[in-house]
Write a protein that binds this ligand. Structure first.
Ligand code: NAD
Ligand code: UDP
Ligand code: UDP
Length: 323
């Protein structure tokens, strides 16, 4: 649906009422584009997009990506999918359907419109990696029948579909493999480590360390991630991915807990609980490709990003009903 007179695009963001999607929408609107936000509100919330109410360039549509969608847009960002273990394990069959049927429908839409399509893939495609840090060439170590498989294998199959539509139908695809991301608008009760620790500390509850806390993760602040999404979408047609997007700074879970305690000024005690099944030992992105091809790297250090996130939860906390 190319426009004759301006460079303003109409952009579809699936999963747009979620944590990352809502930040992406803010940025796209800031750039002057029109945004169609599509979401079934399974894990997302209207609170994340409330501030956009009344913006004439913003539109919300309640829809499930597992069903076909007939709209007219210039670009598609496909983010719809529950992302945390608590959420994606709630209805694992629906999780796989969302990744696989959702990808087929959005790819079918992109094929009809001949438009660019971006896929929010994940570091989980590497599973519990035997290679560290993980470059895009690594094929991963994923359990196909475990409790995380609905998410991991669903996302892997979505990548397969993206590359087959690219090869078979010449579609312009952009596949990003996202590593752990945090920031304001994270779901307060999705069990992810950053939100859990901050909510626990601010509520004066003990901080729950699963296992001995020596496992590592690399945390990327959401604004940095969204910049990477847009750089990838706007990149040359020869760049299809997959491209790792994440912050290479690696921290143990115990180190994260200590930083949160420091920042919140709370004296929460640490309690050690059982490590969940298939919990990866280490995770760190190798972002050489993003640096070279997109001239992208994260800028916001963990302490700064955690501070913004603590401020968000501090404002939100009075409205929260804690589990
Ligand atoms: P989120 O749960 O906040 O957002 C996902 C959104 O998708 C929600 O608003 C949800 O309601 C919506 N959704 C779920 N199923 C849907 C369906 N069938 N139809 C329409 N909408 C549906 O999660 P997030 O952290 O913002 O993640 C966004 C994307 O990024 C996901 O695809 C996720 O897999 C990917 N990702 C996130 C991270 C991270 O650390 N947050 C890491 C890797 C990948
Ligand atoms: N589709 C959609 N919107 C469109 C075009 C297609 O949702 O504008 C969905 C539709 O459900 C279709 C799927 O995308 O089954 C895959 O489309 P494709 O053209 O690749 O294959 P088809 O199944 O139509 O042969
Ligand atoms: N984790 C933890 N305490 C919590 C929540 C999570 O120790 O309250 C651990 C979890 O076992 C994992 C790491 O923190 O090792 C990151 O968990 P998260 O669910 O945020 O991300 P993922 O495992 O999907 O990378």
């Amino acid at each position: 649906m190319a426009r004759l007179y301006d460079s303003r695009k109409r952009i579809l963001v699936t999963g747009g009422a979620g944590f990352i999607g809502s930040h992406l929408i803010d940025k796209l609107l800031e750039q002057g584009h029109e945004v169609l936000c599509l979401d079934n509100l399974f894990t997302g919330t209207k609170r994340n997009i409330d501030h956009l109410h009344g913006n004439p360039r913003f539109e919300f549509m309640r829809h499930d990506v597992t069903f076909p969608l007939y709209v007219e847009v210039d670009e598609i960002y496909n983010l719809a999918c529950p992302a945390s273990p608590i959420h994606y394990q709630h209805d694992p069959v629906q999780t796989t359907k969302t990744s696989v049927h959702g990808a087929i429908n959005m790819l079918g839409l992109a094929k009809r419109l001949r438009c660019k399509i971006f896929q929010a893939s994940t570091s989980e495609v590497y599973g519990d990696p035997h290679v560290h840090p993980q470059p895009e060439e690594y094929w991963g170590n994923v359990n196909p029948i475990g409790t995380r498989s609905c998410y991991d294998e669903g996302k892997r199959c979505a990548e397969t579909l993206f590359f087959d539509y690219h090869r078979q139908h010449g579609l312009d695809i952009k596949v990003a493999r996202i590593f752990n991301t945090y920031g304001p608008r994270m779901h307060h009760a999705d069990g992810r480590v950053v939100s859990n620790f901050i909510v626990q500390a601010l509520s004066g509850l003990p901080i729950t360390i699963y296992g001995d806390g020596s496992q590592t993760r690399s945390f990327c602040y959401v604004d940095d991630l969204v910049d990477g999404f847009i750089k990838l979408m706007d990149s040359d047609g020869s760049i299809v991915g997959p491209i790792n997007l994440g912050n290479p700074g690696e921290f143990t879970i115990l180190e994260l807990a200590k930083k949160v305690i420091e920042l919140t000024g709370q004296g929460s005690e640490l309690v050690f609980e059982e490590l969940p099944a298939d919990d990866p030992r280490q995770r760190q992105p190798e972002i050489g490709r993003a640096r070279t091809l997109l001239d992208w790297e994260p800028k916001i250090p963990l302490e700064k990003g955690l501070q913004f996130t603590v401020e968000y939860f501090n404002r939100l906390l009075p409205d929260l009903v804690l589990p």
